[in-house]
Design a protein around this ligand. Structure first.
Ligand SMILES: [Zn+2]
Length: 337
């Protein structure tokens, strides 16, 4: 009898331990801190990179022309890396790791010498319509070592830290009103827990950051006067964290245009670079918001140049012509507020 009770107790304890471990394991899986990457710069106290978004169309819709000009400007600036703001592959992301669209829209398009640098990419909503996990896979990195795409991560580039945030799961409409689209939500459900953990980990990373400049990158705009406009979920949930943690720049794609909008409550500049291929001419909210400093409804890309003390943002069109230039010292940017 005693031995039967002992056995029962041992069994109960075992079940309890397995239960607790499964809870713990689950928690680790969904709330792990952002992976970090070190990207040393040239050692001359500067950081220079290009930003392009919404591009993967096998060279069509002027993707190849934009790529050519990125190569030219990339050479001129001697860039350290390239940032992709998502919607990397149209129309529906990649079908798998062996989808030829990866070569046709990335490897065989961005061929200039100056673009043979690390590319840091986030996923956009179109990427979630395919096999989202394929883009995160090591297999793609073996095919083209420039490729690095994760859901959320941090890049330490010495004078600046870049915080890449997976914004698609924040947008309720994709869940409640998916229309004909199928989204690959593997790895991001339950979505409330997932997005809460993304914000918690982002906040922690921002608070711990000792970098001179803090740049947050996501696919969806916080502020935009383009087709999609502001992303309300990000205005309510993400923006307060950026404002409270001295973020300098928020960089996004999603709207197929180029724009710079100032925040009315903080030094944050909202920079849209989502014009890597197909653009939407004339698709703009003309209500003339005072914070909108620049808007262009054609194709192009953006460059960021930084030193410890200064930042310069330049937007280029499909011919590589400068459309808008904004230069500011860190002190000035933060003293104006
Ligand atoms: Zn998008």
């Amino acid at each position: 009898m005693a031995s039967f009770e002992n056995k029962t107790m041992v069994l109960c304890r075992l079940c309890m331990i397995i239960f607790i471990m499964s809870l713990f394991g689950h928690k680790i899986m969904i709330s792990a801190e952002f992976p970090r990457f070190e990207h040393p710069t040239k050692g001359d106290g500067t950081l220079r990179f290009l930003v392009v978004g919404d591009w993967g169309r096998k060279g069509h819709y002027n993707q190849s022309l934009v790529s050519f000009q990125m190569g030219r400007i990339g050479e001129e600036l001697d860039i350290d890396f390239v940032v992709s703001t998502g919607d990397n592959f149209y129309d529906n992301g990649l079908e798998g790791v062996d989808d030829p669209n990866f070569l046709q829209s990335f490897t065989n398009i961005y061929t200039s010498n100056s673009l043979q640098k690390q590319w840091f990419s986030v996923l956009g909503n179109h990427d979630y319509r395919g096999d989202a996990e394929a883009q995160l896979s090591h297999v793609l990195r073996r095919i083209d070592s420039r490729w690095l795409c994760l859901r959320s991560f941090v890049v330490n580039a010495e004078i600046a830290e870049l915080f890449f945030v997976d914004t698609t799961p924040f947008v309720t409409d994709y869940f409640t009103n998916p229309e004909d689209h199928k989204y690959d939500w593997r790895g991001v459900t339950p979505v409330k827990t997932y997005t809460a953990n993304v914000l918690k980990d982002l906040e922690l990373s921002l608070k711990e950051s000792r970098a001179r400049w803090k740049i947050v990158v996501g696919h969806h705009a916080i502020r935009s006067v383009g087709h999609h406009g502001d992303t309300q979920e990000l205005v309510h949930r993400l923006l307060p964290i950026l404002q409270a943690n001295n973020v300098d720049l928020y960089v996004n794609g999603h709207d197929h245009c180029l724009e710079r909008i100032s925040d009315d409550k903080s030094p944050i500049q909202f920079l849209t670079s989502g014009a890597g291929s197909k653009a939407w001419r004339g698709d703009v909210d003309t209500s003339n918001r005072e914070e909108v400093k620049f808007f262009y409804d054609g194709q192009g890309f953006m460059s960021v140049q930084m030193t410890q003390s200064d930042v310069e943002i330049v937007f280029y069109d499909v011919f590589g012509r400068v459309l808008h230039k904004w230069a500011m010292s860190k002190n000035q940017l933060h003293s104006d507020m």
